[in-house]
Design a binder for this molecule. Structure first.
Ligand code: ADP
Length: 373
């Protein structure tokens, strides 16, 4: 690739060699190709030059008298100001041990003396392009993280600010019913009921959005006993469990590293989905099992409900993705997206297996502490 085609500035290369003839040769070759070239005759001079102004790449001779190329490279890699600079070693022909040591010291490539111009240029351009792509990736990642943070902040602010007017709407609808209910006809009552129902649904949507947006805000992970988490969840769901006659089976659960509120949310969302998406005429049965591995635990929450068709398995974790109308099954479509965000925030993975008409199993992993904790 022509080195001058894909950028507007000249790449700055530092050549380090104790032999002036080699320096001159390489320097002339690179200057001719449009590179900006700096030279250093010793390792010390090279480090000083790189620290003063980091070059885009360093060509570094291995065998130098006072300080070897390995030592120079090690020092550059140990300093955060110079660690990113790619170093290509210049080695004597076919010195196998040198090359191994060179990579161990942090070099990324090598060229051998006597030089072949085309090879040297190809290796330099290759590394410069890699370096450029890597910088671009880091920049894009930073940008992505920033816009994600902004989006979460936006979702949070909007959801938060929507709550106030919504409370006024449902509050006044209630007041209207309370004060003037006796004077209103059935149509007016129906309208008021609709306002209240829609308001309640919107309230749930806002609550769900708020918890979705807040997942990565709580950064503190602590050692938690999942048995206590489950106990809390079952307590929260007690009335639904009794009302729907749910059969619940589970094994003793491990301790994990986690955020208490988030793990309660995770277990509660999955268990309540298992109850909600029951098959008509079939009593819901939920089974919680685990598989323990070094460093993590796999949790399985299995139900005997309506199941999910294979083509929809991936999409159920998307925000607002629902397979049924709210009339059939109430909900906002944010629960599983929140579960995914929670599990990933905890360093785990979540997936689902299912058979339409016979049941669904949600699987997720959480990090378990080392045996010393
Ligand atoms: P919600 O429950 O509010 O609709 P979720 O994000 O929790 O939203 O779930 C998204 C969709 O995935 C649900 O609408 C439903 O279609 C499907 N789903 C989730 N859990 C189950 C389950 N246990 N069995 C069958 N379908 C499920």
């Amino acid at each position: 690739m022509n080195h001058n085609l894909d950028k507007s500035y000249q790449d700055d290369i530092l050549i380090v060699d104790d032999t002036p003839d080699n320096l001159r040769l390489l320097s002339a070759m690179l200057t001719k190709q449009g590179f900006e070239v700096r030279k250093a005759l010793t390792g010390q001079a090279a480090i000083a030059s790189a620290l003063a102004d980091a070059p885009d790449l360093i060509l570094l001779d291995i065998k130098m008298p006072t300080m070897s190329g390995y030592e120079v490279c090690q020092q550059l890699k140990a300093n955060p100001r110079t660690e990113q600079i790619p170093v290509i070693f210049i080695s004597a022909l076919d010195d196998v041990i040198d090359k191994v040591k060179a990579f161990a010291a942090g070099g990324i490539d090598y060229v051998t003396k006597p030089f072949q111009e085309a090879e040297v240029l190809a290796r330099i351009n290759n590394q410069l392009n890699l370096q450029r792509l890597q910088k671009q990736l880091i920049e894009q990642n930073r940008e992505l993280a920033r816009s994600n943070r902004e989006l979460a902040q936006f979702a949070y602010v909007v959801s938060h600010d929507l709550q106030q007017p919504l409370q006024s709407i449902t509050g006044f609808a209630k007041l209207l019913l309370l004060k003037y209910g006796a004077d209103l006809d059935t149509t007016a009552h129906e309208y008021l009921n609709r306002i209240t129902d829609s308001g309640n649904r919107m309230q749930r949507l806002i609550q769900d959005l708020l918890s979705y947006a807040q997942v990565d805000k709580q950064a503190e992970l602590e050692l938690l006993d999942c048995n206590l988490i489950l106990e809390q969840v079952l307590d929260n769901l007690q009335s639904t469990i009794t009302e729907k006659n749910v059969t619940l089976t589970y094994v003793p659960l491990p301790k994990v590293m986690g955020s208490e509120t988030q793990l309660i949310q995770l277990f509660q969302n999955l268990i309540s989905n298992g109850i909600k998406f029951a098959r008509p005429g079939v009593l819901p049965a939920i089974d919680i099992s685990i598989e323990e591995y070094p460093g993590h635990c796999l949790f399985k929450i299995q139900d005997n409900g309506i199941g999910i068709a294979a083509e929809n398995l991936e999409r159920v974790f998307e925000v607002f993705y629902r397979l049924h109308s709210t009339k059939e099954y109430p909900g906002t479509g944010i629960g599983l997206a929140t579960c995914k965000k929670i599990v990933e925030f905890h360093g785990g993975e979540i997936w689902v297996t299912s058979e339409l008409g016979s049941g669904t199993t949600f699987c997720f992993t959480l990090v378990t502490p080392s045996p010393l904790l």
